[in-house]
Design a protein around this ligand. Sequence first.
Ligand code: FCB
Length: 473
Amino acid sequence: MTQSASPLSLNPGSAAPAGAAAPADDAAPRRSDFADDFLWGCATSSYQIEGAAHEDGRVESIWDRFAATPGKIRDGSSGAVACDHYHRWPQDLDIARSLGLNAYRFSIAWPRIFDGVDAAPNDKGLGFYDRLVDGMLERGLQPWATLYHWDLPQWLQERGGWNERATVDAFVELADAVTRRLGDRVKHWITQNEPWCTAMIGHHEGWHAPGLSDFKTALQVCHHVLLSHGKAVPVIRANVPDAKVGIALSLHPVRAASDSPEDRAALLRHDGLRFRWFMDPLYGRGYPAQTVSAVGPAAPVILEGDLDAIAAPTDFLGVNYYFPETVAHAPGHGPLGARVLPPGADVQTTAMGWEVAPEGLTELLRRIEDEYRPGPIYLTENGSCYDDALEPDGAIHDGERRAYLQRHLGALRDTVRAGVPVKGYFAWSLLDNFEWAEGYLRRFGLVHVDYATQQRRLKDSARWYRAFLHGEE
Ligand code: FCB
């Protein structure tokens, strides 16, 4: 574990106040380095893998609509078929079991549950998740259900979507219906996946559904998404007394581009919005005052009781980690005059252009633990995209993905040794899938999917994860 090389990092390293950092260990990680009850999973999401867009009463989602809008998805594709997981789930869960996983993260497609016409939930939609969950349990996979991974029903969008408070109530109804049906078997619930992306990418940057570009809307959406989390927590607990409930945030360790006062100030502005805007209210501190004043009239409308609701005690924090961010002063750039720089030419990157930085994982988790002490932490997503080549013999030699996985598990081992209570790891993703605005051009799977035939093939990274989980690495 090394301190960030940059002059100002908000991520403590060896000087961390709450305990000495363990020295980085060059030895390859082994499963036996982790606790026996450590969870080993893969993460997926409904719209990215299920397909079956028109089956069993599923209605349109904002991603169906967005994908049907010319120019929004790079390859012009959609999730209409995706990995056809809706029909092929037994095979996919067999693969998950064969890798040696003991947990599996999936999400519920809201448009399968409520169609905007019937007040009652759609029995066929719930029935699919019933079978899926039973399939997990039969295979020794602990189900981890996410209630929202971005596929809002289009009918709710037409009523204003997450910008409207009524969508918070609709989400609570979803949480109620789904936990009533599955709660006897599903004990681990993630309310929201990556509120930053829903709010900022969907409503400010505009390159995710619903494709809006308005900062004030994005902050109101963000507030409603956080509120929907907080309001769902007690409902889940009422339906599932032994539930473990949390939220999954996409977080980055952040560094200033230079030691200049301007870059350091830009870093603090960026961090206020990108990190503290989420962590502070979730852990009872309200929105960070400096950021509230920096966003000025774009600040969201907050009603009495909202901040208490958002701060509902949870059982774990889900962290999705992919890469660190380096921030520079950039007047006029974005709402706060701060810009995330692309990685330098000397830095290793994935095919997404994301910096490969396993030590960033340690920095990030250390910071979260030192500043918030959220209780158990789960890595609910971590993974890499590379341009895989399918060899004539069906092999996929994805050595870079395998190295990414191995190095991040090494960093995770060091982090746990340093006293950060990480209890599980979910690789993103089991299968290649519909990567949002990138369509099928980007492959994150440990398992290759041939979209023409729907054939699944284990990549070398999956074989490595399997060997690791079976104690052979
Ligand atoms: C995360 C998303 C997930 C996937 C990965 C690559 O931000 O939660 O659905 O797209 O990125």
